[in-house]
Design a protein around this ligand. Structure first.
Ligand code: SF4
Ligand code: SF4
Length: 487
């Protein structure tokens, strides 16, 4: 029972700290006592276990007592061994409980985080040289016209790259104090001198060590933004985001909103935004629109990652909330795929054209970390999506995720003699395996009129029918294994 209590503490307290770390909150200000408490609880539990197991049992009443007679050495050794086992089980189990509470981040991390992966094309095309921005789009109710390809400053350290982007017509720059521990804001501040009034600058409620906590006092929030203005060498930013937001409570944190209102009155910020690419993107985005407080949302635009994404974009448009897309390269794993290497040359441009083919997207930000990014990325501006682009992106998806069923497809349905809703079954499987929504997914699966149990004995005429390479029967059997309710 004590061990169960420890695991509960780890789930609630340790899981919260792990979540906050994943969300990027200021690590210097995180309540680390929430990690210490479960560890102390495990330690105490193992001490109690030693005392209980080492204490001899009274021969008359049967209860453990430390005073009845001396403890034999062998019993003590066994007790210490068992208590050490409790400590190990408690620590490992506690860690697993904390990770389990945050399992939704696994899909996000797998999709977007790819350290050391090159993001530029292996061969730079001569035609990309001196490319210029060809299209500017309206950013929702801010009424600003911004370049369709914009600079994400996550890796910006060299002001010359930003200067070159400005020279090519890029007008939207997105930075944050925690990008390269504020070096990004400093580099951008240097680059924009003489161009400030032609540009739309976005930064974040953040310090160099991470995002501001919900309860940060209003004067401290304002001081953090003023420090950004100093580094950017400007008297105002056009947009300030609540950064990488995964919780509606953080989205609506009263202190942050009060600080924004005061800064706006002082002319130091103009518009409020939220950026999110986190497991709760859908909930956060709906809440942001419903609140009426947000002028812009910066969202990870990744087909299939969040099923409700199309509705979110339509709703944002209806409320005139500007949309900036990010994470459009899906982690840029394309350049690591040997069989995709030849096509990878133009993968980034194809991905950009696909994102910008949605008229509800105002712009996309992509990290301009190297000089060659300016040529390659800007060359995609204002160019239409082609069927070759779509083929390339689909091929990439197949290579990256051979079992990924595109939810709106349905091409294989006629091949199934059992009339199984293959795309629905595989979508529920995706909810369970990729989004960590096991319970929802099992409920949805249980509600289907026909499920994949029919696949067990079927000769599988569906095999080879998926143009996206999904091995349908195997995926359906896996779905049935993962989603069926326990007997
Ligand atoms: S294996 Fe399953 S999905 Fe495929 S044809 Fe048979 S019943 Fe339908
Ligand atoms: S399995 Fe393939 S063909 Fe069938 S719905 Fe999914 S993506 Fe389309």
């Amino acid at each position: 029972m004590l061990l169960g209590g420890c695991l509960g503490l780890a789930w609630v307290l340790g899981g919260q700290v792990l979540h906050d770390l994943a969300e990027g909150l200021d690590r210097d200000r995180l309540p680390l006592w929430k990690v210490v408490v479960p560890l102390v609880a495990v330690l105490l539990t193992s001490v109690i276990a030693v005392r209980r197991w080492a204490a001899p049992v009274c021969t008359r009443c049967g209860t453990a007592s430390a005073s009845t007679r001396p403890v034999p050495d062998a019993a003590t050794r066994r007790a210490i061994l068992r208590s050490a086992t409790v400590a190990v089980v408690g620590t490992v189990g506690g860690f697993a409980a904390a990770v389990g509470r945050n399992r939704g981040w696994i899909a996000v991390g797998r999709t977007f985080i790819g350290p050391g992966i090159p993001t530029e094309a292996p061969e730079q095309e001569p035609a990309w040289q001196e490319a210029r921005i060809r299209r500017y789009r309206r950013l929702g109710r801010t009424d600003a016209m911004i370049s369709d390809i914009s600079v994400g400053c996550g890796q910006l350290q060299d002001p010359e790259i930003a200067r070159e982007a400005i020279a090519r017509g890029v007008t939207y720059f997105d930075t944050s104090p925690d990008y390269s521990t504020a070096a990004s804001e400093r580099a951008l501040g240097e680059a924009i001198q003489g161009h400030r009034h032609d540009l739309f600058l976005a930064t974040k409620f953040c310090r160099p060590n991470g995002h501001l906590l919900d309860e940060t006092p209003v004067p401290e929030v304002m001081a953090a933004v003023e420090a950004s203005l100093t580094r950017l060498r400007t008297d105002h930013v056009d947009l300030i985001h609540i950064h990488s937001c995964d919780r509606v409570e953080r989205l609506m944190a009263a202190n942050i909103h009060e600080a924004f209102d005061r800064l706006k009155e002082q002319g130091k910020v103009r518009f409020l935004g939220v950026s999110t690419h986190t497991p709760n993107l859908e909930r956060v985005a709906h809440a942001a629109i419903d609140s009426g407080r947000f002028d812009v949302m910066m969202l990870a635009y990744h087909f299939g990652m969040w099923p409700d994404f199309g509705n979110i974009l339509e709703k944002a448009k209806a409320h005139d909330v500007g949309i900036v897309a990010m994470k459009t390269l899906k982690g840029a794993k394309h350049t690591n795929l040997a069989s995709f290497r030849r096509e990878a040359d133009s993968y980034a441009q194809a991905a950009f054209r696909w994102v910008l083919s949605n008229p509800n997207v105002s712009s996309l930000v992509v990290s301009f970390a190297k000089p060659q990014h300016v040529d390659e990325y800007v060359a995609a501006s204002g160019t239409p999506l082609t069927t070759a682009d779509v083929r390339r992106l689909e091929h990439y998806d197949v290579l990256v995720r051979g079992d990924y069923c595109q939810p709106h497809c349905g091409v294989c349905l006629d091949s199934c003699p059992e009339s199984l809703p293959i795309n629905d079954v595989l979508r529920h499987r995706m909810y369970s395996k990729d989004y960590g929504r096991e319970r929802d997914a099992m409920g949805l699966y249980a509600a289907l009129e026909r499920n994949a149990s029919a696949c067990i004995t079927c000769p599988a005429p569906c095999q080879g029918q998926c143009p996206h390479g999904v091995p349908i029967r195997d995926a359906m059997l896996d779905a049935h294994r993962v989603l069926r309710l326990p007997a």
